[in-house]
Design a binder for this molecule. Structure first.
Ligand code: NDP
Length: 240
């Protein structure tokens, strides 16, 4: 049976690698994105995924997108909450909208999307929810009160939903990537990035495919006994 997987922010960066890997493993994949139509069309052409434009911070938009996906591909069995943004700045200078926007896109989004698919998973007696958190949700990061709070919140969300869902064959796990080479990190100042790479024992940034492979494992039948876990994948930069 071909299972249906939804990947938010699935058209670029880590999400694109997840879309590509899950499609290659035989899942029917839908990738959500926000504004970059060109990247979305490229992703669809390269992976065969259905691409859907929807803001993950908008509850009604998530419900509508998940209904469209279920109608086109079938009931959703795997949800990867990957979409995320940064709007960095120290708290004493942070405009309030940068707090709300980052929390909505990185944390409330997981509530919105999980709420839209969880009853379908409960009916199937099977489901996989994989939340992409961050090393900076584990350790905190200067200039990221909004992002660190949202990503730490995602870990608590994961644990609570795992407890609620275990009896229904649904696992819920969080992945905390370290620094991964994508557009998000390419936007950082080169000297900041260099200083971060010096703190990584394996002496390089991670590759999006390395996160995608972990997602694929967690999505599989083999990972049925892993739930409520926080998986650290950061080249040894921060050991928990
Ligand atoms: P990118 O900036 O490369 O890609 C982000 C993706 O998310 C794009 O597909 C984008 O769509 C989508 N997206 C952004 N906002 C929304 C929204 N409101 N609604 C729907 N889709 C949206 O990010 P990365 O691949 O680097 O990061 C992916 C995840 O991994 C994020 O949650 C990030 O916080 C996390 N992470 C990344 C790390 C890194 O080093 N890169 C480290 C740790 C965690 P569009 O193309 O339309 O803009």
């Amino acid at each position: 049976m071909q299972r249906v997987a939804v990947v938010t922010g699935g058209t670029r960066g880590i999400g694109f690698s997840i879309t590509k890997t899950l499609a290659a493993e035989g899942y029917k994949v839908a990738a959500l994105y926000h504004g970059n139509d060109e990247a979305a069309q490229k992703c669809a052409a390269e992976t065969g995924a259905m691409v859907v434009k929807a803001d993950v911070g908008d509850y009604a938009a998530c419900e509508k997108a998940c209904k469209e996906i279920a109608a086109a591909l079938g009931p959703v069995s795997i949800l990867v909450n990957n979409a995320g943004i940064t709007k960095d700045g120290v708290l004493h200078k942070m405009p309030v909208e940068n707090w709300h926007n980052v929390v909505e896109t990185n944390l409330t989004s997981s509530f919105n999307m999980s709420h839209a698919v969880i009853n379908g998973m409960r009916e199937q007696n099977f489901g996989r929810i994989i939340n992409i958190s961050s090393i900076n949700g584990q350790k905190g990061q200067f200039g990221q009160t909004n992002y660190s709070a949202a990503k730490a919140g995602l870990i608590g969300f994961t644990k609570a939903l795992a407890l609620e869902s275990a009896a229904k064959g649904i696992t819920v796990n969080a992945i905390c990537p370290g620094y991964i080479a994508t557009d998000m990190t390419a936007a950082m100042r080169p000297e900041v990035l260099d200083s971060i790479i010096k703190q990584i024992p394996v002496a390089r940034m991670g590759k999006p495919e390395e996160i995608a492979d972990l997602v694929a494992f967690l999505a599989s039948e083999k990972a049925a006994f892993i739930t409520g876990a926080t998986m650290t994948i950061n080249g040894g930069q921060y050991l928990t």
